[in-house]
Design a protein around this ligand. Structure first.
Ligand code: O7E
Length: 211
């Protein structure tokens, strides 16, 4: 079954908690990134933890190994269950994120290719493939691949095999959830849910998408 991950990119704590609570029966995890954490502080993690869903820290960690370690330790100490890191920083820096995640019993996912139009400038031409290979080499739990380019998901799947693929870019960015869901382990959805008139109804609709 393809997971549905809510990307909770709202800026108000009360609104974030209300949306998360109403969608909770239909989603498998919540992705929290810079917009929400910078607006509300890390305490949002404790507020959301009450829902009992895995919390994924989308900080796209991309620094030297020591700084990556400090960031990831803070992520897991705050109560997150998983972290998302960039792979273009190289194997030592990416491996650090994976090691810290695993030492906390958590998971680490590496961004192989991004979903926006400009991402093709640097990720295409073999780079995304190399990052996917790196994700395998550093024993990451999976990769992030673009729902806006299903053919690229297919290509990256060839490299990573059965590892998890989480895919953002459906809905607001144009990706078709029906086409993508059968290719990946989870779709990441933000605006289509949280900006909907009835976020819970939209989450429920998307949750019915199965491989
Ligand atoms: O377009 P939306 O509103 O459905 O939101 C998509 C979310 O996924 C948003 O938080 C954005 O920052 C994130 N995202 C992408 O849209 N494209 C990517 O290539 C990568 C991510 C991302 O989350 O990376 C880590 C999973």
């Amino acid at each position: 079954m393809t997971e549905l991950i809510l990307s909770l990119d709202v800026l108000d704590k009360t609104e974030a908690c209300a949306i998360a609570k109403s969608c909770a029966p239909y989603i498998d995890a919540i992705k929290v990134g810079y917009p929400l954490v910078l607006a509300t502080g890390l305490s949002i993690v404790r507020d959301l933890a009450d829902l009992g869903l895995p919390l994924i820290a989308d900080f796209k960690v991309a620094d030297i190994p020591n700084t990556n370690r400090l960031i990831c330790e803070a992520v897991f100490s705050a109560g997150f269950d998983a972290v998302i890191a960039h792979g273009f920083v190289g194997p030592d820096a990416a491996r650090t994120c994976v090691e810290v995640a695993h030492s906390h019993g958590g998971a680490a996912y590496i961004v192989a290719e991004m979903s926006h139009p400009g991402a093709t400038e640097f990720f295409h031409g073999g780079v995304a493939e190399r990052i996917a290979e790196l994700a395998v080499a550093v024993r990451a739990d999976g990769i992030i691949a673009p729902a806006t380019r299903p053919e690229r998901i297919v290509r990256l799947r060839e490299i990573i095999g059965k590892k998890t693929i989480y895919s953002p870019g459906v809905g607001a960015q144009g990706g078709d959830p029906d086409a993508v869901a059968r290719l990946v382990d989870g779709i990441i959805v933000g605006r289509s849910i949280y900006a909907a008139e009835d976020p819970a109804a939209e989450a429920e609709r998307l949750s019915r998408i199965r491989r």
